[in-house]
Write a protein that binds this ligand. Structure first.
Ligand code: BG6
Length: 258
């Protein structure tokens, strides 16, 4: 029976990947919305995907923030460093998250757990775009951005638009805009609508979704029925070589809609 279940899941993974027009889906059983303990399993599945995808030798892995990414970090260990030299860099400047789920903290934990290295990207969050721009000329920031640019792998989460805007304490104007433009999801600090069209971007330095085409391994990690809409919409504009690590909660919700 277990074998049957497993085969069923492999079938569902294929179906989802083909519907979303991406390279690969990995689905863990259950729904993390109802069973938070399953987050560990999503993290572990992401770690296995990395172990499968990353080449031997030097690797630069750009990482976004969020609770899911924090769990991926928790599940990492030194097996990932076998025959590899790993360097973890934050993919984007601070997006207004609390400290433990910021990309800087997550990349640091990933480096610790794998015996790899990390770089930080410290940029202030509560400043205007004008104040922000000159920072791009700072040698330290330039160096890290160059690494982000050279990344061969990117690991990122996908969030529900409204939830993400609220969690980051974004101002009333932005909240109204996101609502008026019917944003359903957010990734890389970009809010997008049902067709995956970006309707608002948090003006921050670093990686954007348009840079993904040139990165060898692109891995999205997001689960839970509540994220189904956000995941489905994101994948409409995602490059074809994207991998998605998710759960049945999200997968079933997406697949019943078709
Ligand atoms: C944020 C990322 O930190 O986490 C977002 O910047 C992502 O791009 C979000 O959408 C997902 O958060 P969580 O906690 O649901 O994994």
């Amino acid at each position: 029976q277990l074998m049957g279940q497993l085969l069923g899941m492999r079938e569902k993974e294929k179906q989802l990947a083909s519907y979303l027009e991406i390279e690969q889906c990995v689905i863990i059983s259950g729904d993390i919305d109802d069973q938070p303990k399953l987050r560990e399993e999503i993290g572990r599945a992401a770690m296995e995907a990395l172990n499968f995808l990353l080449p031997e030798g030097d690797n630069i892995i750009a990482v976004m923030g969020g609770t899911t990414m924090a769990e991926v970090a928790n599940q990492m260990n030194e097996t990932l460093s076998r025959k590899r030299k790993l360097l973890f860099v934050p993919a984007r400047g601070g997006l207004g998250e609390s400290l433990n789920i910021q990309a800087n903290s997550i990349t640091s934990l990933m480096a610790q757990r794998t015996g790899g290295e990390n770089r930080v990207l410290y940029v202030p969050e509560q400043v205007s775009e004008e104040t922000y721009k000159p920072l791009l000329q700072e040698p330290g920031i330039k160096k890290t951005l160059k690494l982000v640019n050279d990344a061969n792998c990117v690991l990122f989460g996908i969030g529900d638009a409204k939830l993400m805007a609220e969690r980051r304490g974004m101002n009333e104007d932005v909240l109204a805009l996101i609502k008026n433009k019917a944003a359903v999801g957010e990734a890389f600090g970009e809010f997008y609508d049902q067709s995956g069209e970006v309707v608002y971007k948090i003006p921050r330095i670093g990686m954007q979704s348009k840079n993904l085409a040139n990165i060898a391994s692109v891995i999205a990690v997001a689960g839970g029925k509540s994220k189904a809409k956000a995941i489905e919409a994101y994948m409409k504009k995602a490059p074809g070589h994207t991998w998605l690590i998710t759960d049945e909660g999200a997968a079933n919700e997406i697949l019943t809609g078709i």
